[in-house]
Design a protein around this ligand. Structure first.
Ligand code: B12
Ligand code: SF4
Length: 458
């Protein structure tokens, strides 16, 4: 039996603290192999003034895994990069043990070679790692370490094997205090091909659905054993074309679920009865992967819906009492000064919702936007994309675009740009017992809007 220490290195609180679900899934898989596992989390440790060296010295691990969820906040207007801090964690681990360090997580999987060097680790696992990490632990502790340092998760888990029937108790309590929310996955994969998106690269292009009964069992476990008062689905996109998401809703209704939940949705043509089913199942808030604000720019990012779908989806869900937030990016492929104006006007007509805007598309390796950026000479093929590089259409001026979006959103509490500390004024409500994503409070007029930061700087 080996002693395995897992450390979640994510310390960002934007837009709110997120329970390290990937780390827990890997931890549970390794525990099932009979190893002793300890999970810790830098965000929680910071709040308790614990340090990494002490934890490592007291646990005396044989293997240390670092979970790297985020690389940066993908926000060109207020960029925050996290990778230097990951190097500090690795140095602290090395100061306390000679155990091998293994990197993994969504952020790591996007930049495996660069991060293995930058963070100074021994091994890295790209992609899902329940099986691959368990195997690596066996190899490392049996004295037969692999020759390759970067390993790729082999056979993707089937839907029935995805999920974790436990959370780390201390961590769950911490995240519950910070918002009452825990998270889970109902499937892996995304069958769409949006030009900027890494999700199909991370989870594959075909869906692997979990049985609805398993998903609802996990929700009930989060409620009964851990006290979750709100659930966030982490699926890349909750509403799949096959309608599996409706089977989950049906199971939730059958079990009389009372826990409110939220998920990422893709705008599409919805049936009113489906929206009714979702609300009866407890759907409270939707984060829409709208991404663009005109038909031309939606086509530019290869989104397979139109602005009419965005409007009707928003109207239907808002009409059913669901809280809506749209995430949009200005400046992507085919953006022009005219589409910016048209897009801002379209947003003006989108009622009962919060809009989060970004300018410039974070170029991530292996995406179609990456290929386009290389083709257009925006970045060299050899550019590691760390630090972050952003794609802007050649038909817009970056600074004018920032000013235009800022100016148009100024004075509106439900229009957020840049993300930065815009949500800080409502975050206090989590501590006061509010449960949910907190942007929903903006729809109730909570939080005062100050002068725009860029405007105030002048
Ligand atoms: C859901 C989601 C969100 C939700 C989270 C809701 C919630 N309450 O959980 C919200 C909208 C809040 C969100 C916010 C953000 N997100 Co987000 N999010 C995701 C998404 C879609 C799924 C993440 C997830 O939980 N997956 C489920 C778990 C089980 O999978 P996993 O973590 O990948 O774990 C597996 C492997 O990675 C691996 N693994 C994990 N840990 C470890 C550890 C070791 C040692 C090993 C070996 C392996 C390993 O094995 C696990 C099991 O198979 C991913 C994209 C994606 N499809 O992965 C982006 C993603 C993680 N997010 C990203 C970003 C940038 C952000 C934000 C910074 C954006 C912002 N500016 O607000 C914030 C940060 C939030 C925070 N506090 O950390 C990026 C990170 C990469 C990057 N560019 O930096 C991703 C990859 C999307 C992208 N743009 O490519 N996010
Ligand atoms: S943006 Fe959403 S729908 Fe498009 S590929 Fe990514 S996860 Fe799938």
């Amino acid at each position: 039996m080996a002693r395995v220490l897992l450390i979640s290195c994510n310390t960002t609180r934007e837009p709110y603290p997120v329970y390290p679900l990937g780390m827990t899934m890997v931890a549970e898989a390794v525990r099932e192999q009979g190893h002793e596992v300890r999970q810790c989390d830098l965000l929680q440790m910071d709040s308790q003034s614990q340090n990494v060296e002490e934890v490592v010295q007291s646990f005396r691990p044989d293997v240390v895994g670092l979970a790297l969820r985020n690389i940066d906040n993908i926000d060109s207007a207020d960029l925050d990069a996290y990778t230097d801090a990951y190097g500090d964690v690795s140095r602290s681990v090395r100061a306390a043990t000679t155990a091998p360090i293994v990197l993994g997580g969504a952020g790591y999987s996007l930049f495996p070679d660069v991060l293995l060097e930058q963070v100074d680790a021994d091994y890295g696992i790209v992609g899902e790692a329940e099986v691959a990490f368990s195997e690596l632990v066996e190899q490392l502790t049996a004295g037969g370490p692999p020759v390759q340092r970067i390993l790729r998760g082999d056979e993707p888990l089937s839907g029935a094997r995805i999920g974790a029937l436990a959370r780390a108790q201390e961590l769950a309590s911490f995240y519950l205090q910070e918002g009452g929310m825990l998270n889970l996955q109902s499937k892996r994969g995304c069958a769409h091909r949006c030009a900027y998106c890494t999700y199909p690269l991370l989870e594959g292009c075909t869906y692997r659905f979990r049985p609805p009964a398993d998903v609802v069992n996990e929700i009930e476990m989060l409620r009964d054993r851990f006290g979750a008062e709100y659930i966030a689905f982490t699926d890349s996109v909750f509403n799949d074309q096959q309608g599996h998401y409706l089977s989950i809703a049906e199971e939730l209704v059958r079990r009389k679920n009372q826990v409110p939940w939220m998920a990422f949705f893709r705008p599409q043509r919805f049936d009113r009865r489906d929206v009714d089913l979702l609300t009866r199942a407890g759907l409270h808030a939707v984060e829409w992967g709208t991404d663009c604000t005109t038909d031309a720019t939606l086509a530019g990012l290869c989104k397979d819906f139109t602005w009419a779908h965005v409007e009707t989806s928003n109207r239907l869900f808002a009409g059913a009492g669901v809280r809506n937030a749209h995430f949009v990016i200005f400046g992507g492929p085919d953006e022009t000064e005219q589409t910016v104006q048209e897009g801002l006007a379209n947003l003006d007509h989108l009622d009962n919702c919060v809009v989060f805007a970004f300018c410039g598309v974070r170029i991530l390796p292996g995406t179609a936007v990456h290929a386009l950026a290389v083709e257009q000479g925006v970045v060299k093929r050899s550019d590691p994309l760390l630090p972050a590089r952003f794609y802007y259409s050649s038909q817009v001026d970056e600074e004018t675009l920032h000013e235009t979006v800022m100016h148009r959103f100024d004075g509106r509490i439900d229009r957020i740009y840049p993300m930065g500390d815009e949500l800080d004024r409502v975050k206090v409500f989590h501590r006061l017992g509010h449960r949910g994503p907190i942007w929903d409070l903006l729809l109730d007029g909570k939080g005062r809007r100050q002068q725009s930061r860029r405007g105030a700087e002048k």
